[in-house]
Design a protein around this ligand. Structure first.
Ligand code: ZN
Length: 564
């Protein structure tokens, strides 16, 4: 198989997407950067000038190594169940695709079973040779450090053992008359016999160790800071969330009634639960009830209980939620939905600490802390006459507004990661987190359903991701990304394609994946058009871009050979 066909076979072009609106380039699930070779060359030069030859080489090589393993990961995904040898051979093409070098495999002896490997590759047009010559002129030693790191990382990933490539010939080396091309040779690390410290380049040096340790420290500090703002499910570090959280935590260990405000799905019940868990009532019951979920004529018996014989059907006495919450906390969600008479009774409980079961003369003392929540504007409800002002002032002594998710998008990575960790054990799965692209897509969503919607999406992602892998866009969004987020691909000639064309292609592409049957699709398309045209064949034909006669003929055909 020729190289051209390999790259087409894996449909690499469709994995490279440009999103000019958002400023992203994606290759598969990884964000890619496109910048001037000149600028990168200047950075490369500065590395040599400031860090010295050894450290600069090491940094470049390890950067290449990381990039090689990323590409190997992509290649293994693209290849799917193809021959692993093909997946391996697409490495040089990826390298060329990314504009780094033209690579040709000269020799490759691979035994996947035993993990043995020998490879020889020729390079032309190495970006690193060009850059090195511009900055420093010809070198005595080979110069393609990031490229040789890439090859090592790529093959190591596939072989699952440490494979080291080394340049044996370099167009950038050789005092004024370098070779026309570079040549690299690779084999498992232990089969090399280095005495010049070549392997040391693969190990992070002290500067980097120190940096990494510092980074770890920062991360830990951040995590412990965040931990102060997360308890079970209360996660967030953004200013608006922190403000709500701080307000709530001040009220936690007090008897004050709290009114939680915020849109549907922002996590009001989690806040209520958190308040309970952090109060001196934590050993006592927490009883939650959604007032909107219970019919008006049942809400009073549900809240306050029933005495036997109170009405037809009340064959047994039973306590209401208030009695069951005695000593603890009751959470009344959507309190704005309470019926007028339930409002009167609730007000009485708040004033006297006493309840009366339906059909009972006896009053019962209850010691219950009330946390109420609403997503409607209660003041408006008061103006409309549907909510009692006196009850409102009892409930709203301590209001806490929980911000919607779209106003704290910075918390999404934190939340998403926590939710993955929550659901992975539930589905008995090891999940390696979320890809960059999927995370970016999550952050870009509008989230009308707030945290609850995010939670649903992540749960779905955990369910769909293959074990041991990262959650990708396709695991989260059933219909793929909206066009403005998906970006456009490049066409066969390397031009950035028209968005609608790219979307169409993606649609066809997804259709062709499993058991495609053209006739079924055609029949369905015809039927849909006829349906839309409300049976008018002329209109339906117009929708399909064919004549009425052609449509009639095809419908007849479809009728005659019904798809199985
Ligand atoms: Zn070279």
């Amino acid at each position: 198989m020729t190289q051209q066909r390999l790259i087409e076979q894996f449909n690499l072009r469709s994995r490279l997407r440009f999103n000019l609106e958002s400023g992203h380039i994606w290759l598969g699930e990884s964000r890619m950067l496109m910048f001037h070779a000149q600028a990168f060359g200047a950075l490369r030069r500065e590395l040599f000038d400031t860090l010295g030859v050894k450290r600069a080489r090491g940094l470049l090589l390890r950067m290449g190594f990381a990039s090689g393993t990323q590409d190997a990961d992509l290649a293994s995904k693209l290849a799917g169940e193809c021959d692993p040898y093909d997946a391996f051979r697409i490495g040089p093409e990826l390298h060329a695709f990314e504009g780094l070098v033209k690579a040709t495999i000269l020799d490759a002896k691979i035994d996947w079973e035993r993990g043995t490997f020998f490879g020889e590759v020729a390079w032309e047009n190495s970006w690193e040779v060009e850059s090195h010559l511009q900055s420093f002129g010809h070198s005595e030693d080979p110069v393609c450090w990031s490229l040789v790191g890439y090859a090592s990382g790529y093959v190591s990933y596939f072989l699952k053992r440490f494979v080291v490539f080394r340049e044996v010939e370099c167009a950038g080396a050789g005092a004024g008359a370098g070779a026309a091309r570079c040549r690299i040779v690779g084999k498992p690390a232990e089969l090399w016999d280095f005495d010049d410290g070549y392997l040391d380049y693969f190990k992070p040096d002290n500067v980097e160790c120190t940096l990494r340790r510092l980074q770890d420290d920062v991360r830990q500090l951040k995590a412990s800071l965040a931990a102060r703002h997360e308890a079970d499910d209360l996660i967030g570090d953004s200013p608006s969330f922190r403000a709500a959280f701080d307000l709530a935590s001040k009220a936690a260990n007090s008897p004050i009634n709290v009114l939680l405000l915020g849109e549907t799905g922002v996590g009001k019940e989690m806040f209520a639960r958190w308040l309970h868990e952090h109060s001196d009532r934590r050993e006592q019951p927490f009883v939650a009830i959604n007032c909107a979920a219970i019919p008006h004529d049942l809400i009073e018996s549900e809240l306050f209980g029933v005495q036997k014989g109170a009405y037809t059907g009340a064959q047994q006495s039973r306590p209401g939620r208030f009695e069951r919450a005695n000593g603890g906390t009751i959470f009344l969600d959507e309190v704005g939905d309470l019926s007028p008479s339930a409002q009167v009774k609730l007000l009485r409980v708040l004033q006297t600490g006493e309840i009366e079961r339906l059909g009972d003369q006896q009053t019962r003392k209850v010691n219950v802390r009330l946390i109420a929540a609403t997503n409607v504007n209660l003041q408006q409800a008061i103006a409309d006459g549907s909510f009692r002002a006196d009850l409102y002032y009892r409930l709203a002594t301590y209001p806490v507004t929980i911000p919607p998710l779209r106003e704290r998008k910075g918390d999404i990575p934190l939340l998403a990661t926590a939710l993955v960790n929550k659901y992975a054990p539930i589905y008995h799965k090891k999940v390696l987190g979320i890809t960059e692209r999927a995370m970016q897509a999550l952050v870009a969503q509008a989230w009308p359903g707030n945290v609850r919607e995010l939670e649903n999406l992540i749960e779905r992602g955990v369910l769909l991701v293959p074990p041991g892998e990262q959650i990708e866009v396709e695991h989260l969004f059933a219909g793929g990304l909206p066009a403005h987020q998906a970006g456009v691909e490049i066409d066969r000639k390397g031009m950035v394609a028209d968005a609608s064309e790219a979307e169409r292609r993606q649609l066809y592409d997804s259709l062709l994946h499993d058991g495609f049957d053209l006739q079924t699709h055609e029949t369905q398309l015809l039927e849909l058009a006829v349906q839309r045209a409300q049976g008018n064949l002329t209109h339906a034909a117009k929708l399909l871009g064919i004549t009425r006669r052609q449509l009639a003929y095809r419908l007849k055909q479809a009728d005659r050979d019904p798809p199985d």
